[in-house]
Design a binder for this molecule. Structure first.
Ligand SMILES: Cc1cc2nc3c(=O)[nH]c(=O)nc-3n(C[C@H](O)[C@H](O)[C@H](O)COP(=O)(O)OP(=O)(O)OC[C@H]3O[C@@H](n4cnc5c(N)ncnc54)[C@H](O)[C@@H]3O)c2cc1C
Length: 330
């Protein structure tokens, strides 16, 4: 089994959970195939090397660190040129990326530079004989396609949250490398990164998402969703498109076909009908809890646990129960 390369996504000098998931997915592949090494490509501003150790804890055998001031924020052209060069010159048959907003910009650039086959939004990844095999939800998540990618290199971007993080400690060897093009002369540069208005965790990083729909009736009532997210302590707030279109929540909170694709450990749908466009973004969540007063609401078809009831009665009780459970466990 040859070595695989995983691209590690960072933001503001920190490794994102999706970056660890890319390393974990590559580790799973080489372990299942009986050998090979995972090489993690860590790109950032000077100082990013300090983060390399945590990649060993998640299964990287080698961390290739590329530091340059021009990589302080996402630099599409220079990062894509670098990743493509590493994959090409290193003879890696597979490059694993993240299907985050950044990854969906980066991975196709790398594939184009290498004239490689690419699958984004993959939920599983294995190597079988002469093919890279991925699962990929299609038709707004109603069907799961299994695709075999033949020919190398292959580029696969994993859906955030689809890979279960598990410690696989090893001491990674650190290698240093240089950019292959001058990041400072790239045509497209990120000049600023403005943090969204959500006071809770990012949707891509949160193990728990509490998401609200039109059943909440008004923007003010979204405090029930925020309170439940705060009670969990490790949750992000999401919303349906009906809600973001009405301006109750920022568009960055929207989950679904035309919003964010998420796979948290726990997804709590509050007053959400379960339109196919919404399900497309969240049905791969590990556990789904739905609260809706209509027992025929489609959301119950994908829910593991359903509460048929009025959100204004159920939510205060649920918030109190989660607060009590957390208080008891600390
Ligand atoms: C091209 C296209 C792309 C789209 N992309 C997306 C997308 O990415 N994401 C997305 O979410 N949508 C998307 N939509 C919109 C989608 O079709 C639905 O309109 C939307 O998801 C509905 O949002 P909702 O569930 O909040 O509202 P509704 O469908 O109006 O559902 C509200 C639910 O709340 C329940 N309810 C009402 N009052 C209470 C109460 N007091 N207690 C408990 N339950 C209550 C109702 O029974 C109902 O089931 C898209 C549509 C199109 C055409």
């Amino acid at each position: 089994m040859p070595n695989l390369l995983a691209f590690v996504e960072t933001r503001a000098g920190a490794i994102r959970k999706a970056g660890l998931e890319a390393v974990t997915a590559a580790r799973g592949c080489v372990d299942a195939a009986g050998g090979g090494e995972v090489h993690a490509l860590l790109v950032g501003a000077p100082g990013i090397a300090a983060r390399a150790e945590s990649l060993g804890e998640h299964g990287a055998d080698v961390v290739i660190v590329v530091e340059h001031a021009g990589f302080e924020r996402y630099n599409p052209e220079a990062t894509a040129a670098l990743a493509a060069e590493r994959i090409g010159s290193g003879g890696y048959p597979l490059g694993v990326f993240s299907s985050t907003a950044q990854g969906r910009d980066l991975a196709p650039r790398v594939a184009a530079a290498l004239d490689a086959a690419i699958v984004t939004d993959a939920t599983t990844l294995t190597i079988e004989q002469d093919a890279v095999v991925v699962t990929h939800p299609i038709d707004t998540g109603k069907l799961i396609a299994i695709w075999a990618i033949r020919g190398t290199p292959a580029i696969v971007a994993m859906r955030p949250g689809a890979v279960l993080l598990a410690p696989q400690p090893r001491t990674a060897r650190i290698e240093r490398a240089q950019p292959v093009s001058d990041p400072a002369s790239a045509r497209v540069v990120t000049t600023e990164l403005t943090v969204g208005d959500s006071a809770t965790m990012d949707l891509g990083d949160a193990p728990v998402i509490v998401s609200g729909g039109r059943g909440l009736k008004s923007a003010e009532n979204f405090r029930l969703v925020e309170d439940l997210a705060a009670a969990f302590g490790n949750a992000a707030v999401g919303a349906t498109r009906a809600v973001t279109d009405d301006g109750w929540r920022p568009h960055s909170d929207q989950i679904g076909q035309t919003g964010r694709l998420v796979s948290p450990d726990l997804y709590v749908a509050v007053g959400i009908s379960g339109a196919i466009q919404h399900l497309a973004g969240m049905r791969t969540s590990k556990t789904i809890v739905a609260i809706n007063k209509d027992r025929e609401a489609p959301i119950f078809k994908v829910a593991d646990y359903g509460i048929v009831g009025d959100v204004f009665e159920v939510m205060p009780a649920l918030i109190a129960a989660v607060r009590a459970a957390r208080a008891a466990s600390t």
